[in-house]
Design a protein around this ligand. Sequence first.
Ligand code: SF4
Length: 85
Amino acid sequence: MKKPGLGLSSERLSAEEWTESAMCAQTDPERFYPELGGTAAAARKVCAQCVVRAECLDYALRNNELYGVWGGLTRQERRRMQRSS
Ligand code: SF4
């Protein structure tokens, strides 16, 4: 699976605009898909500096992305966020 996803527009930036600014595109994509029981710390560090973090998280939530770290959150964290909203 490639990230970030393409084809969906954000209300703030178009998909093309936000994916062009994705910091993960400049790093090792493997860190965004840690093995079961692995840490997401390396991905979180990158996401914390990413200027399109909000757009990325919005995309993942709206598309129920099952795998990987999006917007600095793991799948479990995104599910918790969706349940609490
Ligand atoms: S927030 Fe993280 S996963 Fe999303 S585009 Fe930025 S670096 Fe990539």
